[in-house]
Design a protein. Structure first.
Length: 82
């Protein structure tokens, strides 16, 4: 498929047809790289800790979720200052 390169402000851009965006899994953001003269556009990788805060709040709200670590205490743990 041949597309036109258009001037967009101080930059240039290419309009990508919606079916190609959907097939490639692209949405709001993407990774753009240059590899041996070829421009590659890939879906952005999610942040490794994405969703951790929400999961922590969800786990804390569950009533029967008690910490497991106190069962494995060491003798000198009472003397530790946090």
């Amino acid at each position: 498929m041949q597309v036109a390169i258009r001037k967009m402000g101080n930059s240039h851009g290419v309009l990508i047809p919606k079916p190609l965006l959907l097939e490639a899994g692209l949405s709001e953001t993407a990774e753009l790289t240059l590899n041996k003269g070829v421009i590659e556009i890939r879906p952005s990788k999610p942040h490794p800790r994405a969703g951790w805060a929400e999961d922590a709040h969800r786990l804390a709200a569950e009533p029967d979720e008690a910490p497991v670590w106190p069962e494995f205490a060491n003798e000198a743990d009472a003397e530790l200052r946090w």
